[in-house]
Design a protein around this ligand. Structure first.
Ligand SMILES: *Cc1c(COP(=O)(O)O)cnc(C)c1O
Length: 378
């Protein structure tokens, strides 16, 4: 059986968790949390990072930091995970959806322009599959309309736009370390604060509305309730697990990118014959090996391929369903059609992708797909 995802364990997780236990600091903001922050700040030049219990939590922190509320509009892609939008709607904002690019699930800058009104305060973008959005055009729109920019970089660890790391473009950015992402710790995430004006309040929100973080640094002699907040920080046990993974980042990334290469090679003939489209980053974006996705002509064809592969015990996975058509949002949507987002909802298929996926297994998957198309030609 070839399942869609398998969490990869690097081997150092137990040792680091044991170390955290021996440190006698297993609550949040302990030694391993600091090491994780430092890793990102040094490797990618992020000015300030805060680990969170999930990317969803990091997005909720972002929404709180921006001080958005009823009357404010925020633009999102429709082809994304629920949390991208839900985190902001919790604050009472009006969500406005912009369509994907015709050839890639990333948000279309032209579609963003069309959705801007005097009430538009922020733009949330998602670097789908770790492939950078069209940042030059997006930054132009952000400057022109004085918007706040948030990058949902849940897929986008160690990914770049023209040599600049994703997560460094927005005023704020969020990452995920959920079991399904490249670097994992079960449930976990991170908020990146690129705009210094949000730094102090971010630490307070993170620590239940208190200035405990400043207290730990010795900047105040006691800590207390100074603002609203919540408990967004993960245990140091989680951070210990994450640190073990981060130390293997280069190897994990290289292996996953190699898998993408093997898929492209294995499906070469079918791709040349235009039997489906492969979701590939634009020239300005790097491949970070988060996923390998193909786009089929329509939903019946996708279902037929899924069923065909299932017979060989291969389990691919489709992805997001357009949020503007979701049971929760459909009544709130303005009725505008988002055909590209819908096309990816109906036709996109992710093939199994995980560190321990073997070359023979990739060949087996590619053979299964070839067999499907050969069967259809008869
Ligand atoms: C996984 C994911 C999230 C949520 O991440 P969690 O860490 O599970 O909360 C948010 N946005 C996108 C685009 C994701 O893929």
């Amino acid at each position: 059986m070839i399942q869609f995802n398998k969490p990869h364990i690097t081997g150092k997780e137990f040792r680091y968790i044991e170390e955290a236990i021996n440190n006698q600091w297993i609550s949040g903001n302990g030694p391993f949390t600091k090491r994780c922050h430092q890793f990102f700040e040094e490797r990618y030049g992020f000015p300030k990072c805060l680990l969170t219990s999930s990317c969803t939590d990091a997005l909720e922190m972002a929404a709180l930091l921006l001080d958005l509320g009823p009357g404010d509009e925020v633009i999102f892609p429709s082809f994304t995970f629920v949390s991208t939008v839900n985190a902001f709607m919790l604050r009472g904002i009006k969500a406005v959806f912009a369509d994907s690019l015709p050839h890639h699930p990333n948000i279309d800058p032209q579609a963003i322009r069309e959705r801007i009104t005097p009430q538009t305060k922020a733009l949330v973008i998602v670097h789908y599959g770790g492939a950078a959005c069209a940042m030059e055009e997006i930054l132009e729109i952000v400057q022109e309309h004085n918007l706040l920019l948030i990058e949902d970089a849940a897929h986008a660890i160690d990914a770049y736009y023209k040599n600049k790391p994703l997560g460094s473009f927005g005023h704020l950015a969020t990452f995920s370390f959920h079991e399904t992402k490249n670097i994992i710790c079960g449930e976990g995430g991170m908020l990146v604060i690129n705009d210094a004006r949000f730094e102090e309040r971010a630490e307070i929100l993170w620590e239940k509305g208190t200035n405990r973080t400043a207290f730990y640094r010795g900047e105040v002699d006691k800590y207390g309730w100074v603002d609203l907040g919540s408990s967004f920080l993960p245990s140091d046990l989680t951070a210990a697990f994450l640190m073990a993974q981060l130390e293997c980042l280069s190897d994990i990334q290289a292996t996953r990118k190699n898998i993408v290469g093997q898929y492209i090679k294995g499906l070469d003939e079918l791709i040349k014959n235009n039997l489906f489209q492969v979701v590939t980053p634009e020239d300005y974006a790097t491949q970070n090996g988060h996923l390998f996705a193909i786009v089929l002509a329509n939903e019946p064809e996708r279902s037929a391929l899924i069923n065909h592969l299932k017979q060989s015990e291969i389990f691919p996975a489709f992805h997001y369903q357009s949020l503007h058509k979701s049971p929760y949002f459909t009544k709130l949507h303005d009725g505008r059609a988002l055909p590209h987002s819908d096309r990816f909802s109906e036709g996109l298929l992710r093939l199994p992708m995980y560190y321990d996926l073997k070359e023979e297994e990739i060949q087996e998957i590619c053979c299964g797909i070839k067999g499907f198309y050969e069967g259809r030609q008869k």
